[in-house]
Design a protein around this ligand. Sequence first.
Ligand code: CUA
Length: 332
Amino acid sequence: MKQGTRIPALAKLLPFGTLAGCAGMQSALQPTGAEASDIGTLFWTVTGISVLTFLLVLAFMAGALKGSPGLRRRISDQRTIVACGIVLPVFVLSGLLTYGLLVMEAGSTRTASAEGPGITIVGKRWWWRVVYETPDGREVVSANELRLPVGRPVAIRLETEDVIHSFWAPQLGGKLDMIPGRTNVLTVEATEAGISRAQCAEYCGGAHAMMAMFVVALPPDEYDAWLAAEAQPAASPVSALAAKGEAIFAEYGCGACHTVRGSAAAGIVGPDLTHVGARHSLAAATLANDRDAFVRWIAQNQHIKPGNLMPPFDMLTPEELAALGAYLDGLE
Ligand code: CUA
């Protein structure tokens, strides 16, 4: 084979490389939730029927172009055209529509069955406020990470305080918009423990792509224990460096925008930081969660996520930044 013919052959295979993107923690094709599972089955059913239809059309075309005169006569017969051109499509499309409506109905039945405490997620620029309801009716404010109990349907109220965002955790369920002035309810039920990823699925400004978060599904007893811990005020600094960081946090007025429950910091502009150190990421799944990431974020956040509402604190000395990093990383 000549070189010239080999490259186009390889190029034809390239699109299959994109299939690699279908796997992983943000894949709708690897459901770990009841609704995503329904959607997955719907997807494969529709895809399967579409492929069969495509092959049927190809077979008819081949018959019409290359078939014997007898076959071509039968293909062009009016009864064949009515059967395959009208009756079959009506039958197949009506069947698919009914099936799709049943899947959607299953979703709303699940919504009605979610009786336990709910969760409210509010879209922000560009992060998520996540408010958990406890069994005794209190609210626990957190941010940029969603935790769910496996096997319990949970109603998630989706809201926004600025523009339209869209919540999409592909392994859990379908996407649903967050619309100003409205509360949309999405009910999800995690079917297995593990971490997946959610992404804002509606363009909401410059850093839209960096508006993501991890979704952590926990066994129900672990979830209950976690929520009880999350409801507690922040831990006291465990080291002298962290204590210095706490003082700098207060001195620079970080509490005007951030809340750290148990301290004077009670701002609501930015994410609640009471247990920020325990999350799997910083800045809505933009950075890892460690001291270095805190330091980078505080000093260079406009470089990391341009246009976000936090000013860069690049006037702080490396020592001050290190102390802040130690303090925030210790808020577990
Ligand atoms: Cu929020 Cu896109």
